[in-house]
Design a protein around this ligand. Sequence first.
Ligand SMILES: Cc1ncc(COP(=O)(O)O)c(C=O)c1O
Length: 391
Amino acid sequence: MKIELSDKLKSFKPFLFEELYRKERAERAKGRDIISLAVGDPDIPTDRRIVADAVKEVRLGRNHRYPNTKGNENLRREAAAWHKRRHGLTFHPHDEISVLIGSKEGIAHLPFTVMNEGDYCLIPDPTYPTYRTGVILSGGRIHDVPLLEKNGFLPDLGKIPRKVVDRTRLFFLNYPNNPTGADATLDFYRDLVKWARKHGIVIAQDAAYCEIYFDRPAPSILQVPGARDVAVEFYSSSKTYCMAGWRIGWVVGNSRLVCALNQLKENIDSGPFNAIQNAVAYGLKHHEKIVPPIRARFKERARRFCAALHGTGWHFPDPKGSCFVWARPPAGCTSLEAVYFMLEKAHILTAPGSGFGKYGEGFVRFSLTEPDARLDEAIHRLKALDWSRVG
Ligand SMILES: Cc1ncc(COP(=O)(O)O)c(C=O)c1O
């Protein structure tokens, strides 16, 4: 019997990178030394102090029982204390912060809390693909909002059609931005909050890269007076503490939304392992010692990579944060042509901009999450490429 899969499942497009990974495997099988700059998975190991704390926590029997869906009190309190130090904001750990099994999990579930069939969700283009997941599953409609270079990769709110705005329930954004490396100012957030309040739209600002900023600290949208009426922000330990495999994030902000997301999740999961939550709490408590060297490392990588690529025909604004460089290749070619060309001729795997949305076409995303020596080798290979042979 052939099992018939659901229409909802079929509505997820095939993963664009599948074909790319197939080609990568084929190149590796030929013995090629592939440098993978396609995925934003930090190479830097988790700080040894966090690891030591986790080992201690794993040994404690009390951590072996079920956790609590909204996260343990220790982590929620440390998160609240960190938001106070970092942004000067006071959040009640009981109903304004909820722990997630990685921010991706909360991002995928949030649409179920506010969207009904036929409602719109605004999603930036190019985008982090998970913003679409919950919208598709909840029967909502997606309206793509272009992020254009001429606007600093910020959305132009005035260009969103009025009839869409009137049926919009939710708007996902992320700054510092994946994939473009752009940042957002508090002034931008002020305008956004005013607009969202006027139209009754929930803002979900994804702050996964908020600690990987370069020249100016990334603000929180929740610093805007009144933002808490309409906004939540997603945080992640994955990039901040290089803990991608540990799977901890949290949502903070509007208590009705935070509690609604938790109510939904109580019917789905039982929260992450307490030992790991406590290890992240340790990271938050010692954030000011642990994070600056990680930030400095990504900043220096971006500086070196961009300095080497400028003047070689690549076109790009230097990233303001994140671990990505979003660039147009020297030859006028599609994203995929550029990516295949670099894979075959330089043995470097990158992410095609078109995989992040139609406004990503023509761009390539480099992820600076490989060790420095490998990045230097990638620069060396990129400089030697003859782009007249692309296509
Ligand atoms: C913009 C953005 N948001 C969220 C995530 C998910 O992070 P987490 O590991 O916390 O699920 C990622 C991961 O790459 C990301 O790029």
